[in-house]
Design a protein around this ligand. Structure first.
Ligand SMILES: [Zn+2]
Length: 113
């Protein structure tokens, strides 16, 4: 499992109403047990967002092309056990909404990390 990031991009802001916290996991070893509920929405020409078709919760973000996709970012809010997670950095800070400041000392990246 990769580091937990907070994404401040405009897409995450629009879809979550604030920021998104996620961890990237390798495509190898990732298996979905309830694919009947997941709907993949093409959120750009290269990526898609997965959400629960029953409750609407955001579940994941991934590159659309399975050939180049190495991992899938899982939305931390969907995890049952959050005790094992620690936020490590902020990404797309250059695109963050103007109504808040980042007040921790974690690394910040203007765009992707
Ligand atoms: Zn984002």
């Amino acid at each position: 499992m990769g580091p937990m990031i907070a994404c401040h991009c405009s897409q995450c802001n629009r879809s979550s109403s604030h920021i998104v916290a996620a961890v990237n996991v390798a495509e190898i070893g990732l298996s979905w047990t309830r694919t009947d509920h997941i709907i993949w929405y093409a959120s750009s020409d290269f990526a898609e967002r997965g959400f629960c078709g029953r409750c609407g919760s955001q579940m994941a973000w991934r590159q659309s092309d399975p050939v180049i996709r190495k991992g899938t970012s899982l939305m931390v809010g969907s995890f049952d056990d959050k005790d094992i997670l620690t936020l490590e950095r902020h990404i797309y800070v250059a695109h963050k909404a103007p109504y808040y400041d980042i007040t921790d000392d974690l690394p910040q990246y203007p765009h992707s990390d």
